[in-house]
Write a protein that binds this ligand. Structure first.
Ligand SMILES: Cc1ncc(COP(=O)(O)O)c(C=O)c1O
Length: 410
């Protein structure tokens, strides 16, 4: 930003709006919720250099280690050589290049659906799809712990949003009954929840949706590439893929890149290409990003052993933490939360780990409800058993020192 002109701002060269913003920022700070950015100077899998310090990261969603895998990087380089860096236009104008089309074909083939539609990010996928499928007079029914992009999509749609307690299918049934008069009813749920690491009761959700004539949209962001024998996600793992009307996924977690997609019927794809504003009114992703994602899907399909090893490593960590009495919140996959309850305890534990060279984020409100603060550990295929044991040892020390206490409310 340009520096404010002499006299344009008030005290210390501040602009008039800055005073207002500072008051809000002070309040965020006073609640212990202020956040700032860290700049990674170098990366080698989970080994990062930040501020000149070597750190072992357990924060990334790059679950299969594909973000800096030689095959994804090579595919991106090759696409830059052939197509250049930018796509230059939106998807419906001239921004759809061979890598975009090839990626959508590969996603549909991977997911076993008629079609797939690519979006620039997972966030935009949820915004675009929910707002395209539901509107005033419709009802969107969401799990209380659904990702922010789902909630934002519901708000944007103008449909009535009803929220049921996390995983509570009895309440979901009551909500469905209460929403009986709506034109369309769309149930939207994460499959693998990003902060709790547990799985939605998809079998029950699909059965209820069938009984009540509602549609089901599943957000497989954290499950794509990791869950299920073929890596297609939570619906594959639970054997309910046929019951999912809209299967949303991201290219930004286990596939190591950037982007989101929907897999479903050819009619759904055609509808979204005509109605989803975050697809229509934005520049198509760079072709190199699509080429890298295509390479990542190939690895997911060819190397099932990697996801099995990843889940085995996460179990090893969970067992070690359980043995020292830590609460891993009923998680079962590669996301391992450690409950502290209190936001201050989560922040202190994260700072203590950082002092030991280990990067684990403290997750606090508003990302999680008050009183449910935690450390969020994500294990990746690029970690070694020794890395996981190092983390478990550090957490054991913190637990013994009382740093991971559960009292308090923040
Ligand atoms: C469940 C869920 N859905 C959607 C998103 C958004 O995906 P992206 O980061 O690709 O925008 C995320 C991650 O941030 C997520 O956790």
């Amino acid at each position: 930003m340009r520096r404010p002109m002499e006299g344009a701002g008030g005290r210390d060269g501040m602009r008039p709006m800055d005073g207002d913003l500072l008051r809000d920022l002070d309040e965020i700070r006073a609640r212990g919720l202020h956040r700032s950015l860290r700049v990674v100077e170098r990366r080698d899998g989970p080994r990062l250099v930040i501020g000149g310090r070597a750190l072992l990261s357990f924060c990334s969603n790059d679950y299969l280690g594909l973000a800096d895998h030689p095959a994804t990087s090579a595919a991106a380089r090759e696409a830059v050589e052939r197509f250049g860096w930018g796509s230059g236009a939106s998807r419906l104008v001239s921004g759809t290049m061979r890598p975009h089309a090839a990626l959508e074909e590969a996603l549909a083939s991977f997911k076993g659906t008629e079609a797939a539609v690519l979006f620039p990010t997972g966030y935009m996928t949820n915004l675009g799809v929910i707002a395209a499928l539901a509107g005033p007079g419709d009802e969107v029914i969401a799990d209380r712990l659904d990702h922010a992009s789902i909630i934002d999509g519901c708000r944007l749609s103008g449909a009535r949003l009803r929220v049921y307690p996390h995983g509570d299918v009895e309440r979901l049934e009551r909500v469905l009954a209460a929403a009986r008069g709506a034109r369309r009813r769309l149930i939207v749920t994460d499959t693998l929840f990003s902060m709790d690491g547990d799985l939605a009761p998809l079998r029950e959700i699909v059965a209820l949706a069938r009984r009540h004539g509602a549609w089901v949209m599943a957000d497989e962001a954290h499950a794509t590439g990791v869950l299920g024998a073929a890596g297609r996600g939570g619906a594959e793992l639970l054997g309910v893929e046929d019951g999912i009307d809209v299967s949303m996924g991201t290219l930004s977690k286990a596939l190591g890149g950037s982007g989101g997609f929907v897999a479903g019927s050819a009619v759904l794809a055609d509808y979204l290409r005509n109605r989803a504003r975050p697809l229509i009114y934005t520049t198509a992703p760079p072709p190199a990003s699509c080429a890298a994602a295509l390479a990542a899907i190939g690895i997911v399909r060819r190397e099932p052993g990697t996801r099995a090893a990843l889940l085995g490593m996460a179990d090893r960590l969970r067992r070690a933490l359980g043995a020292i009495g830590l609460d891993t919140m009923g998680s079962g996959f590669q996301i391992v939360p450690v409950r502290t309850g209190d936001a201050g305890a989560a922040v202190r534990a994260s700072a203590e780990l950082l002092r030991r060279g280990i990067l684990v984020p403290a997750i606090r409100p508003p990302t999680v409800p008050r009183g449910e603060s935690r450390l969020r550990i994500s294990v990746t295929a690029a970690h070694t058993d020794a890395d996981v044991d190092l983390l478990a040892g550090a957490l054991a020390e913190l637990a013994a020192a009382g740093v991971l206490g559960r009292e308090g409310g923040g």
